[in-house]
Design a protein around this ligand. Structure first.
Ligand SMILES: [Zn+2]
Length: 296
């Protein structure tokens, strides 16, 4: 599953290679790529034909292209949401480049190139959605299917003070709150564990017992670790090839918590532990990140 930094890498690639171009022809292959579009793939291809891509945007792990209408038929306020699923990739290629086996959507662009959506495992897909005002503020619009998703820590609309207050008002556990997309989005299991390790906090700490400073600290670390990952992952589209297959080189080299059970903590040398939490694994240092005394 791609994490926020990988999705942001894809967004930047699309922003530089696709925004401002028109979809001069759209071919969708198979039914799965358009399964979220109830009228079916032919209707979706027809609605995308001749549209201009005016922006590439992201919130958390959601990626969408804002579309302008065609000159002949203006349609305002729509977006093409690209669900990357487990293995979705976007490629910008010459039209004569060999067609990938799992290329489910091919968009001819007005500059002569093609945008291709390739998805080996077909959990991803395309969806045409209305844009509506962002309920979380910022004066912008978001696709109507993600109005419940809060801004992520890398967005301008992210209000760290407000998120910190909302987390402390809830009686929940810190890691649970970090993964709660109604509070803030885009922090997956890996980045939650990394942020908690940096903040020296155990994920089961009750949020209503934490100080405002501690919550702000862990939020700051979450932003920092994702920004660093972005720096490491931002080189791949010089080749016009954007890979979102999850863990890149960054993960192997720079992770301090995730996947390090049984290895010495990079801060204190204590052996790291792996615990089960919310049907997933959590990785932490038992010395730097003390468990709360009363688990609640
Ligand atoms: Zn430690």
């Amino acid at each position: 599953m791609p994490e926020l930094p990988e999705v942001e890498v894809v967004r930047r690639g699309v922003a530089s290679h696709v925004v401002g171009r028109t979809f001069t022809q759209v071919q969708l292959t198979g039914l799965r790529v358009a399964r979220r579009h109830l009228p079916g793939p032919l209707d979706l291809a027809d609605r995308l034909h001749d549209r201009v891509v005016s922006a590439a945007r992201r919130r958390g792990k959601y990626l969408w292209l804002e579309l302008d209408g065609s000159a002949a038929e203006p349609v305002a306020g729509e977006a093409l949401v690209i669900h990357l699923g487990m293995s979705g990739q976007l490629l910008v290629e010459a039209p004569d480049a060999p067609r990938e086996k799992h290329a489910h959507a091919i968009f001819d662009l007005s500059d002569g190139r093609q945008l291709r959506f390739v998805d080996q495992r077909t959990f991803g897909g395309l969806q045409l959605v209305s844009l509506v005002p962002d309920a979380f503020g910022g004066g912008s619009t978001v696709p109507a299917i993600i109005t419940h998703i809060a801004p992520d820590p890398l967005e301008a609309a992210f209000d760290q003070q407000a998120v910190s207050r909302a987390m402390r008002r809830r009686h929940t556990q810190l890691k649970r709150a970090l993964l709660d997309q109604s509070l803030l989005s885009g922090i997956g299991n890996i980045y939650a564990d990394e942020a908690l390790w940096r903040a020296r906090l155990h994920g089961e700490r009750p949020t209503d017992k934490l100080t405002a400073a501690a919550v702000r600290d862990v939020l700051g670390h979450a932003r920092e670790v994702m920004t660093e990952a972005l720096g490491h992952g931002g080189t791949s589209f010089d080749s016009l090839y954007v890979n979102v297959n999850g863990a890149g080189g960054y993960f192997e080299r720079s992770l301090n918590a995730y996947g390090r059970q049984g290895k010495p903590c990079r801060r204190c040398g204590t052996l790291m532990v792996r615990e089960s939490f919310m049907n997933r694994s959590s990785f932490s240092c038992p010395r730097c990140q003390r468990r709360p005394r009363v688990s609640s």
